[in-house]
Design a protein around this ligand. Structure first.
Ligand code: TXA
Ligand code: MG
Length: 328
């Protein structure tokens, strides 16, 4: 784990993988223009090869190199949110490899808002062509919790990645908001830190929200994803104490993730207190799930979050984590 940009760029140029920090989660990167390099990402993650990847670029200037027919709404969103936790789906240029797009006619683009990611992208572009991009999914094994520290990446991928750039803990902590701008109307494919209200403030209208779980255009839209190895349940606050006691009766140790202090009675084996605001909660959530996997509990009880748009992105991750928990 290092800040050795020179080595990182050498590896990328040689078609190898480099893990790097972004403000959302750590990414597992490869030269997006080289299908053989991109194939290594899928192999390292154990991810189905028809899932498209996000191409990370150093700035707006690179957009026309990767995408065509870029609509005005997309430029407005870039202007407002890049560098930052927003991925735009755009019509791809004909040359863009199928390995990156999963064979679709669109490409996902993002300028990440993390100084280490930007420095890596700039240096890579300096030697590979000014519009060069790094294809990168989250640097976890398929279906598992996205890493928010360099240490998590090592835990997930071990020797499968020759270099991990260390940029400290991610500030956002959940994956970027994905907005499809390729269909005329903007459509949110994955909720994130940039909420529909933020998008509306820029666009002057509310974006559509895609809720159907169909073909995995967005792999995070598979029902089971972002999941710990320990089984997990969502439990309403008023039922939490009974739930913990029932587990204890069965001889099971229960870990709790909650924005509230533990009640005096019925203390479970592990209680992880998360911030009671959605931004702070998102920041700590994945690390908390990982901690629970290490805590040796039989079950993770996550207190149900407020039914409020501000909590939508973390609630989305929790639902998918519950669906996938205990399966790996
Ligand atoms: O915050 C993030 O977005 C992180 C960091 C590393 O940038 N990346 C990330 O990548 O979460 P990944 O692969 O775990 O999720 C990216 C999602 C995938 O679910 C993929 O299906 C979707 O973006 N995606 C990429 N290109 C797409 C396209 N052309 N059409 C629809 N969805 C696309
Ligand atoms: Mg992922």
């Amino acid at each position: 784990m290092t800040r050795d940009y020179t080595h990182a760029v050498e590896l990328l140029r040689a078609g190898e993988l480099v893990a790097f920090p972004t403000e959302t989660v750590y990414g597992l990167g490869a030269d997006a223009a080289r299908p053989a390099a991109v194939a290594r990402i899928f192999a390292a993650k154990g991810r189905p090869a028809d899932h498209p990847l996000i191409v990370h670029v150093a700035g707006h200037d690179a957009v026309d190199h990767w995408a065509e027919q870029v609509p005005a709404i997309a430029w407005e969103l870039m202007e407002a949110f890049w560098p930052g936790p927003l991925t735009l789906i755009l019509k791809k240029q004909a040359w863009v490899p199928d390995a990156v797009t999963g064979g679709q006619d669109t490409v996902g683009l993002r300028v990440p808002g993390h100084p280490v990611a930007l420095e890596l992208l700039r240096r890579f572009a300096a030697v590979s062509g000014e519009h060069a991009g790094i294809a990168a999914p989250s640097a976890n094994r398929f279906g598992r919790i996205s890493p928010t520290t360099a240490e998590h990446v090592r835990e997930e991928l071990g020797d499968r990645v020759p270099l991990i750039l260390d940029g400290g803990p991610c500030t956002v902590g959940i994956e970027s908001t994905i907005v499809d701008c390729s269909r005329g109307e903007p459509v949110v494919l994955r909720p994130g830190h940039i909420a529909p209200a933020h998008l509306e403030a820029v666009l002057g209208r509310r974006p559509l929200i895609e809720t159907a779980v169909g073909a995995p255009r967005v792999s995070g839209s598979l029902a089971a994803h972002y999941a710990p190895q320990t089984p997990m349940r969502l439990v309403a606050p008023e039922r939490l104490l009974d739930f913990i006691n029932a587990q204890r009766h069965k001889g099971d140790r229960c870990g709790v993730i909650s924005p509230n202090q533990p009640p005096q009675a019925g203390m479970p084996h592990a209680w992880r207190l998360l911030p009671a605001d959605p931004v702070g909660y998102a920041h700590d959530l994945y690390a908390a799930l990982r901690d629970m996997d290490h805590a040796g509990v039989d079950l993770i009880a996550v207190e149900v979050l407020p039914d409020d748009p501000a909590w939508a992105a973390v609630a989305d991750r929790l639902r998918r984590a519950v669906a996938g928990a205990g399966q790996t």
